[in-house]
Ligand binder design. Structure first.
Ligand SMILES: [Fe+2]
Length: 138
């Protein structure tokens, strides 16, 4: 879904009854996560909410993520095909703790979006706030 033409992505969202918020509409990078979950549910007939939610939230994160959601979120950030600036720092954090890796990933996303004057998905803010407060409590 990620490499699909944006026009085709929008068509498929209509097919799967996905209604985008204004922030989601402005962030094309977010679309494949929603589409991916809808594809797996509708075409592959996988209905396990844990799997669907892990796909759905692997880009934004969200508050109260399950262990699988956190692992997929960090795996997506640190996979061997990734070469964005700072990926090594997140890989290093991932070797230390899942929470540190989550925080590093979300900090990277929020910094990157603010530097480019782009909207931050509310789920990302919620995930960041939860993680940062959890890290302080340790
Ligand atoms: Fe992705």
């Amino acid at each position: 879904m990620k490499d699909m033409d944006p026009e085709e992505q929008l068509k498929r969202m209509t097919r799967y009854d996905i209604i985008l918020t204004e922030v989601e509409r402005s962030g094309q990078k977010l679309w494949h996560a929603m589409l991916g979950a809808a594809y797996v549910e509708n075409e592959l007939h996988i209905d396990d909410p844990e799997i669907l939610n892990a796909i759905r939230y692997h880009t934004t994160g969200r508050a109260h993520m399950t262990l699988l959601e956190k692992v997929l979120f960090v795996a997506d950030f640190t996979s061997s095909d990734r070469d964005y600036p700072g990926v090594e720092d997140i890989r290093k954090a991932a070797r230390k703790s899942l929470l540190e890796a989550m925080l590093s990933g979300m900090t990277y996303t929020i910094q990157d979006l603010t530097e480019r004057r782009l909207a931050i998905h509310p789920d990302t803010i919620a995930a960041y706030n939860e993680a940062v407060l959890e890290a302080r409590a340790i």
